[in-house]
Design a protein around this ligand. Structure first.
Ligand code: HEC
Length: 241
């Protein structure tokens, strides 16, 4: 009986703490739920590190692009996990990463290989943009930590080119482009994004409103700051600015 009460008190304390943390930071720091398989947790956990331009952060930069490019349904998502690989979690991704050694990491090798038979994502999907390849290289070189940071997003910036497009490029375009885009929705052009801005589906999906399919379908989802940027852009008439 007493034990039960203690558990309850602990639970309440934890919830209050979690709430406080959520209010304090504009961008909630993601704490991986059951995902400590990698051992070295890096600076995850604490999570109060301010984003530095010299460091690549798994939670903010790497996970979204891997989900977008590799965790499509039928590929390496939680339900399909082709070749036993679920690339929606840190521990899943670390099975093909050799920390500090990009050349020895299958993750890096399959995205840069010139052999189309081995290449990921497989043709006819396009190659990952070079900028994303470079980020993955640098992250592995820096030790492939499960790290996270706060900051690095400004709600005062809400243009298409300055805010919306970069979010789409890193978090959505891997699935929403190419020959068979997810849901038949191609987000690789302004017109494609504008169409879902106009019909309400863009906001419904990223804000995870009832009645919409939540987007992105795996990973952390957009931060509060990124949601604010998209909301302001929509309220401004979703211009091509
Ligand atoms: C891992 C692949 C993947 C990623 C990443 C992804 N999508 Fe999707 N998206 C899909 C698929 C597949 C569907 C169709 C889902 C369905 O109809 O059940 C879809 C559907 C949608 C829809 C229609 C939702 C509805 O309720 O009709 C919108 C809008 C959308 N995505 C926007 C986005 C945006 C914006 C992002 C990035 C923030 C994103 N998606 C990231 C695969 C993805």
């Amino acid at each position: 009986m007493q034990k039960k009460q203690l558990m309850r008190t602990l639970l309440v304390c934890f919830s209050v703490f979690a709430l406080l943390m959520a209010c304090k930071h504009e961008i909630p720091v993601y704490n991986p739920p059951v995902d400590n398989g990698g051992g070295s947790g890096g600076s995850g956990g604490g999570g109060t590190v301010t984003c530095s331009p010299d460091t690549v952060y798994f939670q903010q930069q790497i996970l979204p692009i891997i989900v977008s490019n590799c965790a499509k349904s039928g590929c390496h998502d939680a339900s399909s996990h082709v070749e036993g690989l679920n690339l929606t979690t840190y521990s899943g991704i670390m099975r093909i990463v050799s920390p500090g050694n990009p050349g020895n990491s299958k993750l890096y090798r399959v995205i840069v290989t010139s052999n189309n038979g081995d290449r990921m994502p497989p043709p006819p999907d396009p190659r990952m943009p070079q900028e994303q390849v470079d980020l993955i290289y640098k992250w592995i070189q820096q030790g492939a930590k499960n790290n996270a940071c706060t900051g690095g997003c400004d709600t005062a910036v809400f243009t298409y080119s300055g805010a919306v497009k970069p979010i789409i490029t890193s978090q959505c375009q891997g699935c929403h482009s190419g020959a068979a885009p997810g849901g038949g929705i191609d987000l690789s052009t302004y017109n494609g994004v504008k169409a879902v801005a106009n019909n309400g589906k863009l906001w419904g999906a990223v804000h995870k409103d009832p009645g919409y399919v939540a987007m992105p379908p795996a990973g952390n989802g957009l931060s509060d700051c990124q949601l604010t940027q998209i909301r302001k852009w929509l309220d401004n008439g979703s211009p091509n600015n």
